[in-house]
Design a protein around this ligand. Structure first.
Ligand SMILES: Nc1ncnc2c1ncn2[C@@H]1O[C@H](COP(=O)(O)OP(=O)(O)O)[C@@H](O)[C@H]1O
Ligand SMILES: [Mg+2]
Length: 293
């Protein structure tokens, strides 16, 4: 479907006006602790309640689009509850907590996530880069190297951690947590997939279950399962290295300007971890590049 014919282009009121009507007396709120960043996230019955943030409106619109496109691998946006929180459908299944369970390291899990991400990317591709999804951090922080990824082509998820994928019966069935969704390229999306599901980081910085994973052969498996084209395969290592360089600046900037979980992660040493990843990518660039060719 061409983007100009979709209902999301004709929306004249924002999603902020959509109310969530409780189906009955609300069930007790159960805190959801899997993530690093979102405070106040709770499950209530078969819904999730998220405090409104500066990313809420774009995430609501994206979830609306995914629903209208018939994509089932994401929560639905159901409206705003009586306490002003975003209400999303709870996707039943398992997400990885820390330490990650052993199934995260299995080839079949990785391949399934790659296919899920491909399905998501293909679903949102027709939306292109809508004006409402302009980056939240509009300008790069000072000192941040420019992106080498080229012009964005679609709204990529860009945070495909095991905590952000719901599994059922050993297969990744849904992506959650679209807070870092942004206009990007396929190569950037797949570089993010490789970081988490391909263990593209030094062995000492990996979750224990990922220590035995061979980053080069796992990368080949992931890009094959995703079905990445040859031109993007050739770009991946350069894009991953640039993403690591940029990520150090962006994470520090978020820690300074947004605080909360971002500041906590920075204080816990994520900046140094990113520097070690940069060094690891430099050392392994040739081997990784060859594995993807
Ligand atoms: N819609 C949902 N369906 C099922 N589980 C969810 C949903 N939203 C959040 N969760 C659970 O809560 C955890 C944290 O949520 P997430 O949106 O990833 O927050 P954070 O921004 O803190 O990472 C997830 O890892 C998952 O276990
Ligand atoms: Mg998360």
């Amino acid at each position: 479907m061409a983007p100009e014919t979709g209902p999301w282009q004709h929306r004249t009121v924002t999603t902020e006006t959509r109310r969530y009507v409780e189906p009955g007396e609300p069930e007790p709120a159960v805190p959801l602790l899997g993530g690093d960043v979102t405070e106040g996230l709770v499950r209530v019955g078969d819904t999730v309640r998220r405090p409104v943030s500066d990313t809420s409106e774009r995430v609501r619109r994206l979830l609306d689009f995914l629903h209208s496109a018939g994509f089932e691998g994401a929560p639905r946006f159901l409206g705003i509850d009586g306490s002003g929180r975003d209400t999303l459908s709870f996707v039943p299944g398992d997400t990885a907590g820390r330490p990650w369970p052993s199934w995260v390291a299995e080839e079949s899990s990785a391949a399934g996530v790659a296919r899920l991400v491909r399905a998501y990317d293909d679903t949102v591709q027709p939306l292109g880069v809508p004006e409402w999804a302009a980056a939240v951090d509009a300008a790069d922080p000072p000192g941040c190297p420019p992106s080498v990824a080229g012009p964005p082509t679609f709204l990529a998820h860009m945070d495909i951690t095991p905590e952000n994928v719901v599994f059922r019966n050993g297969a990744g069935v849904a992506l959650i947590d679209f807070d870092l969704m942004r206009p990007a390229t396929r190569a950037e999306e797949v570089a993010n997939l490789l970081l988490w599901w391909g263990a593209w980081m030094p062995v000492a910085d990996r979750e224990p279950v990922m220590r035995e994973v061979d980053a080069a052969s796992r990368a080949a498996l992931l890009v094959d399962a995703y079905g990445l084209g040859p031109a993007d395969r050739a770009k991946i290592v350069g894009v991953a290295r640039n993403a690591a360089d940029r990520s150090w600046h962006l994470m520090r900037h978020r820690a300074l300007t947004r605080g909360g979980g971002w500041k906590r992660m920075w204080d816990e040493g994520i900046g140094d971890k990113i520097l070690r990843r940069q060094a690891w990518l430099a050392e392994n660039a040739t081997v990784l590049h060859a594995a993807l060719a």
